[in-house]
Ligand binder design. Structure first.
Ligand code: ZN
Length: 374
């Protein structure tokens, strides 16, 4: 048997491979950080054997609740990811699986590689609606790219969507495929209508370095990008610095920041209720947006989520709070599950790339519903 993770997004340390029934592993922490939970590796040579893959340091991972009721994903062809029985007992996470082929991949959620990211940019830029704007470079020398969709026009609203500030939340970039696919579909009436009165600025991957390095939460300097929005710098968080600079230049009337939540088995939206400039009008837009989205796509719900910030108690270093206050506009954080949706479960796949894409497509429709009020 052999285990390896030296590839795009890979993360694992193999401690012992002597006994298939007790394969011992540790998840590696993000560079210069204590965060860890994302894993992605391949196992070779265990076809037909009952394997127990034990993650010995799971009890020190960033989100204990993430392991409760959680099943890992596996793939033989690197396209279809299915769930495998996983348990969390006595501080150890265990995947129990009998591989059907010589080689099998395991991950925390369906991976989204930097190659696929490059393919997404290449495909999207070919729409006549799209301009690809290079913003600058990351600390590892990767590209920070922005997609501008739709032509400029007087009174057009500026709608922003960014994803994957936390690189291990790969569902956020699967979501982007659905969102961008619909937005650039010339035969989609919702997209055409949305683009009549808005320009969309989209950053499909806010954290290329963390993505390639197999991080859960930080960039190459150990910075949690969704805590950098008050004091970003080219030295520590160029990803945020470059995007925020562009926001100041272009303006923002609406901003959606797309994430995954390790613990909660729900899709939900966190608003910016705790920012100083919060008011009834923005609250109504937030509530209407959520109700509309639930009607459009029942995988989204409004019952469960984070408790709302009390007035004036918002952490302004978070993207959505910072942007809502700076630009006086609705800004929201979308959270998707690593597990499954408790209300609308699909046990074979759990929450999956296809369902992420469908939600991305649905959200464009929800944005259209509120666009005239921005
Ligand atoms: Zn996140």
């Amino acid at each position: 048997m052999h285990i390896s993770s030296n590839f795009d997004g890979g993360n694992i340390e193999c401690l012992s491979l002597e006994d298939p029934s007790d394969i011992q592993l540790n998840i590696c922490a993000d560079k210069d950080s204590e965060f860890f939970q994302w894993f992605y590796f391949r196992l070779v040579g265990a076809k037909g054997q009952n394997c127990n893959l034990n993650f010995l340091n799971a009890s020190q991972a960033s989100y204990q609740k993430g392991w409760e009721g959680y099943n890992a994903v596996a793939s033989y062809d690197r396209e279809t990811w299915f769930r495998v029985a996983t348990s969390f007992e006595d501080g150890i996470l265990t995947i129990g699986h009998k591989p059907e082929y010589d080689m099998v991949y395991y991950a925390y959620f369906a991976p989204y590689s930097m190659e696929r990211h490059a393919d997404l940019l290449a495909k999207t830029q070919q729409s006549p609606l799209v301009e690809l704007i290079h913003l600058g470079q990351t600390l590892d020398g990767q590209d920070m790219d922005l997609l501008k969709i739709g032509g400029d026009g007087i009174d057009k609203k500026k709608c922003w969507a960014i994803a994957r500030q936390h690189p291990g939340e790969t569902m956020a970039e699967w979501w982007m495929e659905g969102f961008l696919g619909r937005l650039t579909d010339p035969n989609d009436a919702v997209a055409r209508s949305a683009l009549d009165s808005a320009v969309f600025y989209v950053v499909p991957n806010m954290n290329p370095d963390g993505s390639r390095r197999g991080h859960l939460r930080t960039n190459a300097a150990g910075a949690n990008l969704n805590r950098e929005w008050t004091e970003s710098s080219m030295e520590r968080s160029p990803e945020v610095f470059l995007v925020r600079e562009q926001m100041v230049e272009c303006g923002v009337d609406f901003c959606l920041d797309v994430h995954g939540d390790e613990g909660l088995p729900y899709n939900f939206i966190a608003g910016t209720t705790g920012v100083p400039s919060w008011n009834d009008s923005r609250n109504q837009i937030l509530e209407d947006f959520k109700v509309n989205l639930q009607a459009i796509n029942p995988d989204f719900q409004t019952t469960y989520g984070y408790p709302a910030n009390r007035p004036g108690k918002a952490n302004m270093a978070l993207c959505s709070n910072n942007i809502a206050e700076k630009f006086g506009c609705p800004a929201m954080t979308l959270e998707m599950p690593f597990k499954d949706t408790a209300d609308t479960p699909m046990p074979d796949t759990g929450w999956s790339p296809d369902r992420c894409k469908k939600l991305g497509s649905s959200i464009l429709e929800a944005i259209l519903h509120i666009q005239h009020r921005l």
